[in-house]
Design a protein around this ligand. Structure first.
Ligand code: PLP
Length: 440
């Protein structure tokens, strides 16, 4: 699956006044396309990175690769200077292949497969999370010089996807024993991590999680450890309308209060924040039915499109709140109760919420699903023989120049020699292809 995305890699440089919608219209009006495709707006990712740096200058990002591992996303974040959260051997391999040095990667999986741990040791990915005693024994055996980060459980049941049922040591009842065990095994623990749960907009949880982390830092100090890393995990919303500034105001205050020592490195593992709004999925209606009207009510229009809950609108992630709009909007046109169904023969393959209101659409019309970049491509399967949507990258000329310049700089002035970082890799990879010139 991973490799499938590679040959679809392409980017188009646009002028600053050209919007994503303009690009989509141009492509679909060309009449040359039938298959669904994503637009990846690289400028949106660039903006997200800049917004983050403004809102939380002290917090370094380690992008959660699992969220969307498309090369456009990864290349862009490499150029911006981000680090990466990898959870498997393949993810680590992928990030290393982009020239990222091992110390810009955290292996953020508290329960690691043995062969993956062995690989991490071979390639020098030292920083890794743990939350249980067995993991300590594994690390002692396979990678005794690893730099361990204790993942504590501090997620919020109000988040869309809490993770605490699976991961995290209780900071009050389990953390001390684990640190003692690590000490007795002679392992190096360098800090604490938590994840408040994906899709959480309740900022009060940060205060509690940061205070809990401080207590675990103090426990570590009592045992002779000198922790130097706090990892505040992922969970930052990236949808249009959410504000990273507000997160920054909440988080900075508590970090400054409880971790005033500037030598303590603070990192985060945002996933969806960087990618959700950068991707729009565009697909053509290839079939249509109308359910007979019942008791004089308006008949329900059933539209069938070229994507599915197996390759993009993943059930449980997007089906409740996905945003669907016709590409050619007719302002003021009457709307009708409608449902939108996926391409496969599976009966559960409905890609809209139960019933939505859409203008009358016809076979051959195109619809766009907005804000669809997180946990879509990275989970997709080709179930039922339906190909994954292609990705068409765009970037505005101003950001393109910025990225090219950024790619020439070493990732971090302090920590890496310039030679560690391959120059011009971005120009080599992000070339407009023939596909693009057909449309522009
Ligand atoms: N870090 C870890 C350890 C995770 O498990 C996840 C998601 O599952 C993330 C970061 C990214 O979370 P999000 O996409 O909500 O920012």
């Amino acid at each position: 699956m991973w490799e499938n995305h590679e040959d679809l890699f392409r980017i188009q440089v646009t002028e600053p006044n050209v919007s994503v919608k303009d690009v989509i219209k141009k492509i679909v009006r060309s009449g040359n396309v039938e298959d669904a495709f994503y637009i990846c707006d690289v400028s949106d990712i660039v903006k997200k990175y800049k917004d983050w740096k403004k809102a939380m200058p002290r917090i370094e990002t380690y992008y959660a690769v699992k969220c969307n591992a498309h090369r456009l996303v990864l290349e862009t974040l490499v150029a911006m200077g981000s680090g990466f959260d990898c959870a498997s051997k393949e993810e680590i391999k992928k990030i290393l292949s982009l020239g990222v040095p091992p110390n810009k990667i955290i292996y953020a999986h508290p329960t690691k497969k043995l062969s993956h741990l062995k690989y991490a040791a071979e390639v020098g990915i030292e920083m890794m999370t743990f939350d249980n005693e067995m993991e300590l024994h594994k690390v002692k055996h396979m990678f005794p010089t690893a730099k361990l980060v204790l993942r504590i459980k501090y997620d919020d049941p109000r988040s869309n996807f809490p993770l605490g049922g699976k991961f995290g040591a209780n900071p009050d009842t389990a953390a001390k024993d684990l640190l003692e065990k690590a000490r007795s095994l002679g392992l190096e623990v360098i800090g604490v991590s938590f994840h408040i749960g994906s899709g959480n907009t309740h900022l009060d949880v940060y205060q509690k999680a940061i205070i809990a982390s401080r207590k675990v830092f103090d426990m570590g100090a009592e045992l002779g450890y000198q922790f130097k890393l706090l990892d505040i995990g992922g969970g930052f919303s990236g949808n249009t309308g959410s504000s990273i500034n507000e997160v920054g105001i909440a988080v900075n205050k508590f970090i400054d209060q409880y971790f005033p020592d500037p030598s303590i490195k603070i990192i985060a593992e945002p996933g969806q924040y960087f990618v959700i709004s950068a991707f729009t999925l565009v697909t053509q209606i290839h079939s249509k039915r109308c359910l007979p009207s019942q008791n004089g009510s308006e008949p329900i229009r059933m539209y069938y499109v070229d994507i599915s809950v197996f390759n993009s609108i993943i059930i449980g992630l997007y089906d409740l709140y996905v945003k669907i709009a016709p590409v050619e909007e007719a302002k003021g046109a009457p709307v009708y109760p409608s449902t939108v169904w996926g391409a496969t023969c599976d009966g559960s393959d409905r890609v809209s919420p139960e019933t939505i209101l859409l203008p009358e659409l016809a076979i051959g019309d195109w619809v766009a699903f907005e804000e669809i970049g997180a946990y879509s491509l990275s989970i997709a399967s080709d179930f039922n023989g339906f190909e994954l949507p292609h990705v068409h990258g765009i970037v505005n000329r101003r950001d393109w120049k910025f990225l090219i310049e950024a790619a020439k700089r070493p990732m971090s002035k302090q920590k890496f020699a310039a030679g560690d970082y391959p120059e011009n890799y971005l120009t080599g990879l992000m070339k407009p292809s023939k596909f693009d010139t057909n449309y522009f």
